[in-house]
Design a protein around this ligand. Structure first.
Ligand SMILES: Nc1ncnc2c1ncn2[C@@H]1O[C@H](COP(=O)(O)OP(=O)(O)OP(=O)(O)O)[C@@H](O)[C@H]1O
Ligand SMILES: [Mg+2]
Length: 361
């Protein structure tokens, strides 16, 4: 361990505080302001996702040419890949006002009715986590999206009547991390569905380079590459690591975000060259050293690192599986040869299976 390893989180030079691990794909409340400052505002500034970008730009241009609001748009994909950013870009590109709400914020169908009935012509209604709408609100939304109508219920009990209210044309932009949970009738009302996928390192390189310009900090290209490599394919993580490197450079370094600063800061935050954090490595190490590489059940594995099963399943495993460090089998989790190699351990001999593997150091 380098002496920097002891520094813990103390290098955060009074920047925004963030909850959760630095490699979490989710953002904390305090982080949102920092993110808002780094959001691209136009489609042309939105890095990567070439296919979705091209398709969306056609949809928007065609609608603008017709002088009509574009079709409803659904954006799906894992956290931190740019769904909210794209929703804002859509409104910006067509010069429309943007209303923002979310599935969990709409408790009752009446809440949605209030929002819908106050929409003005051409407005964009962004519904985040649209898969979390309650059923009655969901049904109201189908009708509004298809027929531009909302049935307002007046009165209570047997005397209640429903009065149909015509709505001006508008565009719903829905975002979801769980497209599979969306009921088919709702999914079918979206004329355009864009699926965002993890970014390549070269794209994240561009993201952090742009962000450094916005933050007005000098970032060397090799430092940008280092950050990009460790960001798990996720712009949110890339921007966060960039801010941590900036903190390090300001407090411990020369102010310049060079390769040495990037490496030192990422070491302080225990993000390794493949983007694995302490818990990821802990899980892999337990799997390799205590369970001889598996197979071992998820709950046993979680207990052995002192974590909840759910934490390991949702925060740790997806990235380890995606990167090929771990596989899931019906008999349990298994470490791949790459996991052993990454930890600097010798994998067990395929046929032997009797002697547990020994570490090289
Ligand atoms: N393609 C991109 N180009 C540049 N920056 C991006 C891009 N995608 C995302 N970002 C940046 O990453 C951060 C997170 O993006 P955003 O909030 O849009 O993610 P999200 O998909 O809505 O996540 P969640 O599912 O948690 O709501 C923002 O600060 C944004 O600026
Ligand atoms: Mg979002």
């Amino acid at each position: 361990m380098s002496p920097l390893g002891e520094a813990g989180g103390s290098v955060d030079a009074g920047g925004e505080e963030e909850s959760g691990p630095v490699t979490s794909p989710d953002s904390g409340a305090l982080e949102r302001a920092a993110e808002a400052a780094l959001r691209p505002r136009r489609l042309a500034e939105f890095v990567g996702q070439q296919v979705v970008r091209d398709q969306l730009s056609l949809v928007l241009e065609a609608a603008t040419a017709r002088g009509r609001p574009p079709e409803h748009v659904l954006l799906s994909g894992p956290p931190g890949l740019g769904k909210t950013t794209l929703a804002m870009i859509i409104a910006g590109e067509i010069g429309a006002a943007l209303r923002i709400t979310s599935g969990p914020a709409i408790q009752h169908a009446g809440d949605l009715a209030a929002i819908l009935s106050s929409l003005e012509e051409g407005e964009v209604l962004f519904i985040d986590e649209v898969h979390r709408l309650a059923r009655p609100a969901e049904e109201m939304l189908y009708i509004a999206m298809e027929d531009f109508r909302v049935d307002v219920v007046v009165g209570k009990g047997v005397g209640a009547t429903s009065i149909p209210l015509e709505l001006p044309p508008f565009t719903v932009v829905g975002a979801t991390t769980r497209a599979g949970l969306l009921p088919a009738p709702l999914r079918d009302r979206f004329g355009f569905v864009g699926h965002l996928d993890y970014y390549r390192a070269s794209e994240l390189h561009e993201v952090v380079t742009r962000s450094a310009l916005r933050l007005d900090v000098p970032l060397d290209p090799d430092a940008a590459a280092e950050i990009a490599e460790r960001s798990r394919g996720t712009p949110r993580i890339a921007n966060r690591l960039l801010r941590r490197v900036r903190d390090w450079a300001q407090v411990r370094g020369s102010g310049r975000l060079d390769l040495a600063a990037a490496r030192a800061a990422l070491e302080v935050y225990e993000v390794d060259p493949r983007g694995l954090d302490r818990l990821d490595r802990g899980v892999l190490a337990a799997l390799c050293t205590r369970f001889a590489g598996g197979p071992v059940g998820l709950s046993t594995l979680a207990v052995s690192v002192g974590e909840e099963t759910e934490t390991v399943e949702t925060m740790v495993e997806p990235y380890l599986v995606r990167e090929g460090f771990l596989t899931r089998t019906p008999r349990g989790r298994i470490a791949t040869p790459m996991a052993w190699e990454h930890l600097g351990l010798a994998p067990p001999e395929p046929a032997a299976g009797t002697t547990p593997p020994l570490g090289r150091f």
